[in-house]
Design a protein. Sequence first.
Length: 131
Amino acid sequence: YIDTNIWVDLFLDRRGPRGEPLGIFAADLLASIKYNDGQIVVSDMLTNELEGLGLLGDFNAFTSGYLCITLSMDDHKYKDAQRLMRDFNLHAADAAHAVLAHDSDSILVTRDNHFRLVEGFIESFAPEDLI
């Protein structure tokens, strides 16, 4: 499950505070996923966030060659996300991404440090940690 910030890194070819090539790290991870016949787990929440940033067209074009599994929130997932928000002071979107990744047995790929708060619930990695 690739968090929104990684997709933004890819499409905007962003760099980190010390000049790290974040966009290249994201591209390399996605190339590895494709090479290894992996799948990308996405959610309607992720696509809504990308649409709000004007990047949904880029996302759709890029992922057309990948096996994508699409997830949605349901009542059970909302309750789990609310618990994470309450217990760990996570933002609603971060809590939902964590629940979706957890419930799909996915690896959560992100740069968001908020996910360190829930390491017992879900492990998170930066793209360069996985390539």
